[in-house]
Design a protein around this ligand. Structure first.
Ligand SMILES: NC(=O)c1ccc[n+]([C@@H]2O[C@H](COP(=O)([O-])OP(=O)(O)OC[C@H]3O[C@@H](n4cnc5c(N)ncnc54)[C@H](O)[C@@H]3O)[C@@H](O)[C@H]2O)c1
Length: 436
């Protein structure tokens, strides 16, 4: 039987902590929101009720109590779930877990919102009672909008703890819960960061061969069912500093033979941008920047990576029929086709090699990419759309090995990962789809 979550503590009141506190309060749960300074937590509550689109009403916000860790840590004794949402730093998170332990009540659940630090590294020295009650709850930004919640147990986490979290996060908070394993970057960021890092490297080569940044973003969006930001627009949104931080975490934790390792150093042009502080939207421009003239008219500029200078953005225009849909584009004998095939086939093959390492099944991977990255289809749904046989044949023509799940599919004698309301498990048997 699961426990109930009636009072929550959120520690860290930045972008994500404020979002998580707001989500709980919107669901009617009382929240203790702690930061280093109480004023920081108070400002976070004001942000939730302010701005053009308030996330909370004043009544909902009244369910959140702001405090400082130094003065108000005793309040943790009343909380059923304590969610750590401080900076992405292993030692800071370890120190905080140690600090929480004497104050929490027996049986309370502690989770980390880390984006990708292995959970076992954070709870390593904690006592047994803590280890039974710990997990990762990885929300996506903005918390009140993104559906995905990656749930990751530790090695000793009790089933009852997982049941409690699923009931609260999936039920009361309305999140789409995906079950991930305690591997670096979990599911969404493991595959999403591969796609971006691989894209930046191959994008540089494609630009040297004459494809523009605008065309690359037009190809890596609608035709392949990905969001309109494409590649460079998405990296601008995330920031090159975060990309670099993610790459460093991957470098420290990926298996040495992982295919992502070859893409972990930023390309030279991106490294120069990073060094110059040209990080993306948050610094007023990265690959793209918006200009406003004296009359308020807006125009966009694009950063030429080879010449390292700005130029006016060109409208990418409608892609011709051959390049407008994945089933044609990926097989087109053109610069556009070759580039998109390389990025997408690498990414799909990467995902197909990661079951059951990062998730037990393809369903959790597909849902993570749809709910966390707004892909219209997850990797296995895309392969089905392209045709698994056709995809495998082209990989073979490139001299590439068949990724693990494609081998499972082939050995099973089937030709698609999904069959009506069933999915292919990692042993090659169709299973009923789990409820969302
Ligand atoms: N921003 C995102 O898009 C995103 C998405 C998913 C997960 N995450 C993860 O969520 C966590 C928080 O990210 P964020 O973007 O909200 O960061 P942030 O920098 O916006 O906020 C961090 C907050 O934690 C506070 N803090 C720092 N050290 C503290 C400590 N020792 N005790 C108490 N409070 C402390 C800071 O004062 C700040 O208010 C990180 O682990 C991050 O990787 C971030």
């Amino acid at each position: 039987m699961s426990k109930t979550i009636e009072q929550v503590a959120v520690i860290g009141s930045g972008t994500m902590g404020a979002g998580i506190a707001g989500l709980c309060a919107a669901a009617g749960t009382a929240v203790l929101l702690l930061d280093i300074e109480k004023a920081t937590a108070e400002a976070a509550i004001s942000r939730l009720t302010g701005g053009r689109k308030p996330v909370l009403t004043e009544d909902q916000a009244a369910l959140i109590t702001a405090g400082s860790l130094d003065a108000d840590i005793a309040g943790l004794a009343n909380c059923d779930w304590i969610c750590e949402v401080i900076i992405e730093d292993l030692q800071a998170k370890r120190d905080l877990f140690t600090r929480i332990e004497p104050h929490r009540k027996a049986g309370s659940i502690v989770t980390s919102n880390t984006s990708g630090i292995p959970l076992r590294d954070i709870y390593r020295d904690m006592p047994d009672a803590f280890r039974k009650n710990v997990a990762v709850t990885h929300f996506f930004n903005p918390v009140h909008i993104m559906r995905l919640l990656e749930l990751v147990p530790g090695d000793e986490t009790e089933q009852q703890v997982m049941d409690t979290l699923v009931a609260y996060l999936g039920g009361e908070l309305g999140k789409g819960v995906v079950y991930a394993k305690d591997t670096v970057n979990f599911i969404g960021n493991r595959i999403g960061c591969y796609w971006m890092l691989c894209g930046l490297h191959l994008g540089m080569e494609a630009q040297q061969k004459g494809l523009s940044m605008e065309t690359i973003d037009a190809l890596l969006s609608k035709p392949v069912g990905l969001p309109p930001t494409g590649l460079y627009g998405l990296v601008d949104l995330i920031g090159l500093d975060i990309m670099d931080h993610v790459a460093k975490n991957l470098r420290a934790n990926l298996p040495a033979d992982d295919d992502c390792v070859r893409f972990l150093d930023l390309p030279a042009a991106e490294q120069a941008m990073l060094d110059a502080g040209q990080l993306g939207r948050k610094t007023g421009g990265g690959y793209y920047k918006m200009l406003k003239d004296a009359d308020g008219n807006k125009s966009m500029e694009v950063f030429n990576l080879q010449e390292r200078s700005w130029r006016a953005m060109q409208a990418a225009g409608e892609l011709d029929e051959e390049h407008a849909v994945a089933t044609k584009l990926l097989f087109a004998d053109s610069a556009e086709g070759h580039f998109t095939w390389q990025v997408m086939s690498n990414t799909l093959a990467y995902a197909a090699d990661l079951v059951p390492e990062i998730a037990d099944d393809i369903v959790n991977i597909d849902r993570a990419m749809r709910w966390g990255f707004n892909w219209q289809q997850g990797p296995f749904e895309m392969i089905d759309e392209i045709g698994a046989d056709r995809f495998a044949e082209k990989l073979a023509a490139d001299g590439r090995a068949l990724p693990r799940m494609l081998q499972v599919l082939k050995d099973s004698g089937n030709s698609s990962f999904y069959n009506g309301e069933q999915y292919l498990d990692s042993n090659g048997n169709y299973q009923p789809m789990p409820a969302e």
